[in-house]
Ligand binder design. Structure first.
Ligand SMILES: CC(C)(COP(=O)(O)OP(=O)(O)OC[C@H]1O[C@@H](n2cnc3c(N)ncnc32)[C@H](O)[C@@H]1OP(=O)(O)O)[C@@H](O)C(=O)NCCC(=O)NCCS
Length: 193
């Protein structure tokens, strides 16, 4: 596992579809206030994968206890403002330890200009360096935009269970599992001979 190597390139400059120049880097403890502002801007029903109630204190705590080997969060900044985040979640052990989970969120004012795709693409490059063989993303079946964006990045549907999820009002939603197989460092080295 060599996360240091994989993230040595950050901060990196990227250009969005509308020409905006942004910075991608790891989330840092000093980001707590701007990360909270970003998360607050995203409607609650869209950040359902964040289970606890969002408070500045909770976000400060997250940012103080960053463990990139478990949850590696990349943020995209436009100026001083966080406009997107993507996290690679890893399990330290167990039968899914070779499978990373991806979550991604874009600020509502910055959608449709490649923020999510650029961030997930970065995670696709980092993941093989972490010894991961697959990435997965769990979604509510109604998240068509997210599903399409992940398809475009090479993810495919691995499972679809109708009515499996419940929202805050206990209404049913479809569960969709998307995934992608990664080329690991070892396979890459073997292919190069
Ligand atoms: C899903 C989400 C991350 C997409 O973020 P984004 O930065 O707007 O996505 P991108 O611009 O990188 O690309 C998404 C694709 O969907 C399109 N798109 C984005 N918003 C759209 C909208 N409201 N309607 C139609 N298409 C849309 C983009 O144009 C792009 O497609 P294209 O390349 O064919 O034009 C964002 O909508 C979001 O944060 N949703 C809530 C959280 C969520 O569902 N996360 C995923 C589960 S982990």
């Amino acid at each position: 596992m060599c996360i240091e190597f994989a993230v040595a390139k950050y901060p990196a400059i990227v250009r969005l579809r509308d020409g905006k120049e942004c910075t991608v880097r790891l989330l840092q403890p000093e980001d707590a206030a701007r990360f909270y502002e970003f998360l607050k801007a995203v409607p609650e029903e869209e950040r359902l994968f964040i289970k606890p109630r969002l408070t500045p204190r909770l976000v400060r705590q997250w940012c103080r206890q960053l463990k990139p080997e478990e949850n590696l969060t990349l943020v995209m900044l436009h100026g001083d403002r966080i406009i997107g985040e993507a996290t690679l979640h890893q399990r330290p052990g167990g039968w899914k330890r070779h499978i990373g989970k991806v979550t991604v969120l874009t600020h509502p004012e910055y959608r449709g200009i490649d923020v999510a795709k650029l961030l997930v693409k970065e995670l696709l490059e980092i993941a093989p360096h972490c010894g991961l063989e697959r990435l997965e993303a769990e979604l509510n079946g109604e998240r068509k935009v997210a599903i399409r964006a992940l398809y475009q990045l090479g993810f495919e549907q691995w499972a679809h269970i109708p009515g499996y999820l419940r929202d805050l009002q206990f209404r049913p939603h479809d569960y969709v599992l998307l995934g992608i197989n990664l080329v690991t460092d070892e396979e890459y080295a073997a292919a190069l001979g």
